[in-house]
Design a protein around this ligand. Structure first.
Ligand code: SAM
Length: 345
């Protein structure tokens, strides 16, 4: 005990992280039940929440008050006399009826990643993915895209997780000397939409596998940007990439092993003119590999989700980009643990 005090060591961090799944699963369950979407309509007593969400009485107030203690709900009164409402963050980001909703990734975390991460130990021992592809199933994207609900959940999840980064890149990167961009693996066309909205001179192509096309087209139409964003379907293993002044790739390279990463960087190089830019938006791990814990855990997530995927440092990217022929690379910090690494041809 003396030794612990002297060195200021204590077990609280071990407990906080070790039991972190309690907090995580409580929030994910609330999102899945659409609690925050219900409460966005107005504050409610527990009984009304219980009826709306079809909950049993036993843990009702423990569940709601946990969310109060964690800062996701606010409350006046106690138990039967209490009224619950959303905190400001929950109201903006977790109400499904708002465009700022980012619960898609949390729904996916609840429904897919949470059960798959239970097999992290197996992943570490075998090096094999632990998702739908386990036991010889189809590869990741085929498996997800085989089911319409899963496809939508995945596309919306991706859009939510990158929203802050896409906004910042569309705003901070100097697009003035470029006329066209192609977002490779553009999913729901979210990045193209942000870039087109912020840069009125730019024309975009959002390139992805065919099943994604209709969802991307609908998003582009809803934003009134069909004249400036083309949704193009193809397969980046089979096809060359559409030519453009700027090629963007958001969370694409981390899905694949080193050879495929190099092949994609080389294809981007071939599709760019002299002076063109490849912009890669990911949770770039710091070069010392001891600070960006989220980036490192994303790499573990790629081990769970893919055959050979892994996250990487700016220094790794620089090496691959130089090998593909690019002349220089740089890093632009985006939101939280994410950065853009940029290679110029
Ligand atoms: C992890 S998601 C990233 C989506 C988006 N760029 C982002 O930053 O959120 C990877 C994307 O790559 C697409 N993709 C996977 N394999 C592909 C292929 N062979 N050709 C084209 N796109 C592919 C997927 O459909 C998916 O939209």
């Amino acid at each position: 005990m003396d030794l612990a005090n002297k060195n200021q060591i204590n077990p609280s961090k071990i407990m906080q992280i070790g039991m972190g799944f309690w907090a995580s699963k409580t929030l994910l369950t609330a999102v899945n039940l659409q609690l925050f979407t219900h409460l966005a309509k107005g504050d409610m007593p527990g009984k009304e929440i219980q009826n709306n969400l079809g909950l049993n009485h036993r843990s009702l107030f423990d569940f709601l008050d946990t969310l109060v203690a964690l800062g996701f709900l606010k409350r006046t009164g106690l138990k039967e006399n209490a009224k619950y409402g959303n905190s400001e963050d929950s109201n903006l980001f977790l109400d499904k009826n708002k465009p700022s909703y980012m619960g898609g990734i949390l729904e996916m975390a609840n429904n897919r990643l949470y059960p798959f991460w239970n097999d992290l130990e197996e992943s570490l021992k075998t090096g094999k993915p632990q998702n739908e592809t386990k036991n010889g199933g189809k590869p990741l994207f085929e498996a997800i895209y085989a089911n319409e609900d899963r496809l939508r959940e995945f596309i919306h999840g991706m859009g939510g997780v990158q929203a802050g980064n896409f906004m910042k890149l569309a705003h901070d990167f100097d697009f003035s000397k470029y006329k066209t961009i192609c977002d490779v693996g553009g999913s729901g066309a979210n990045l193209s939409i942000h870039i087109a909205k912020n840069n009125s001179h730019i024309k975009c192509t959002s390139f992805d596998l065919p099943p994604v096309g209709p969802i991307a087209k609908k998003n582009v139409e809803n934003m009134g940007l069909s004249d400036r964003i083309e949704v193009s379907s193809g397969d980046f293993f089979m096809d060359e990439l559409p030519r453009a002044d700027v090629i963007t790739m958001g969370n694409i390279l981390h899905d694949w092993g080193t050879d495929d990463k190099l092949m994609l960087i080389k294809k981007a190089y071939n599709a760019l003119p002299e002076g063109g830019a490849l912009i890669v938006i990911e949770n770039i791990i710091d070069d010392d590999r001891n600070k960006n814990a989220f980036g490192l855990m994303m790499s573990l997530n790629m081990a769970i989700e893919t055959e050979q995927g892994f996250d990487f440092t700016a220094s790794d990217f620089n090496q691959w980009a130089k090998e593909a022929g690019f002349s220089s690379t740089s890093v632009m910090p985006l939101t939280g643990p994410s950065s853009a690494v940029i290679a110029i041809k």
